[in-house]
Design a protein around this ligand. Structure first.
Ligand code: PMP
Length: 354
């Protein structure tokens, strides 16, 4: 039986997507050729990437609204520098909510001055700062919508008249937002979208006019937009699986449907964390992520017992990140509600036995 997979990323993908993807590795499109041995410029693959780009915009409600979707390489980490390389002319403002924001800030400093409008480092990133303003005279404002490691999530975004750039790697396609407020969104595929190897970039076409320096082709948004995300060979397998996952989401009813499921899963787990005296949530309640729930076991003597119990229950991937400790249960789109129930049952059983 398939394990209950709470891995933080790469992570669980829908069973039917995995099945279709494995078939395509042997025989894609009934052409008696593998997906990974045909030209990326062949009509069947162009259809795949175009469908993927369209579905991404459709799920974000940005289709025909002046945005382009790209499937790039180099992970979300390359976007840390690419955003700054293209758009940081003098100074930019960043909100620091964790490891990934900190890394984005480090890269951007190579290109100009940075203003850290606020940081939650004082409390090991266990909350989202709210009392800050974004200056009017910066090139852009950058934030991370969901902090995969600490388990916090931005519930609101600042109103600002400067371009809004957001790293949505770990919660894209999980909830409805007014995505038209954002000028550039990026997300590594390996959470809610597909396997590692491609990064989704959704960029407002107007933003291309703000490119502030000469940028090498591979790092230029303008080049990738002009070439319809085919400037060089895309990571065909990752793009294909992303397209299948986006199509799977559409079949379920899209982001509004999955948002309800995600809320149910998160409520089930957080309610148990709050009810069960053996466990304690790590981050501020109002900032809890629906994707990554972090918690500790109050009495450490019970830890090894809990660890063997959840392993026995066929649960995988709930060890906390090394910088936070405790446990982290990631509940991405493809994780079924019954997997969360399985974890909650183990938590209850531990309480009964303790
Ligand atoms: N941003 C966030 C929010 C992440 O969770 C991660 C990876 N877990 C990254 C950026 C880095 O992504 P990549 O490994 O694709 O470079």
């Amino acid at each position: 039986m398939k394990k209950h997979n709470f891995s933080a990323g790469p992570c669980i993908l829908p069973e039917e997507v995995l099945k279709q993807a494995s078939e395509a590795i042997v025989n894609f499109n009934n052409d008696d050729l593998s997906l990974i041995e045909i030209s990326h410029r062949s009509a069947p693959f162009v259809e795949v990437i175009e469908k993927g780009r369209r579905l991404a915009l459709e799920h974000l409600n940005l289709l025909n609204k002046g945005y382009k979707a790209l499937f790039l390489q180099g992970g979300a980490s390359t976007q840390f520098l690419m955003t700054a390389y293209n758009f940081l002319s003098k100074k930019a403002a960043y909100l620091n909510t964790g490891t990934w924001s900190t890394k984005a800030i480090k890269e951007a400093r190579l290109f100009g001055d940075l203003i850290e409008v606020a940081s939650s480092k004082d409390k090991n990133f266990t909350y989202i700062p709210k009392e800050y303003t974004v200056p009017n005279d910066v090139d852009f404002f950058h934030c991370t919508s969901n902090n995969t490691i600490y388990g916090t999530q931005m519930k609101t975004f600042p109103e600002t008249n400067v371009p809004l750039i957001c790293d949505m790697s770990s919660d894209i396609f999980s909830r409805q937002l007014d995505f038209s407020k954002f000028d550039l969104i990026y997300a590594g595929a390996q959470k809610n979208m597909g396997p590692a190897g491609t990064t989704l970039v959704v960029i407002k076409e107007d933003l291309l006019e703000r490119i502030c320096r000469e940028v090498p082709s591979m790092l230029s948004y303008k080049v990738h937009v002009e070439r319809d995300s085919m400037f060089n060979t895309p990571s065909v397998f990752a793009v294909y699986v992303s397209m299948l996952t986006l199509d799977w989401l559409k079949g379920l009813g899209g982001v509004s449907f999955i948002e309800d499921v995600n809320k149910k899963k998160a409520k089930l787990l957080y309610d148990e964390i709050d009810r069960n005296p053996l466990f304690k949530g790590i981050v501020s309640k109002e900032d809890r992520s629906t994707m990554n729930a972090t918690f500790t076991i109050v009495n450490e003597d019970l830890q090894s017992r809990f660890d063997s119990m959840w392993k026995e229950a066929n649960i995988s991937g709930i060890n906390g990140h090394r910088s936070v400790g405790g446990y982290r249960a990631s509940m991405y789109n493809a994780l079924p509600l019954y997997s969360v129930q399985a974890l909650v049952d183990v938590m209850k059983e531990l309480e009964r036995k303790a």
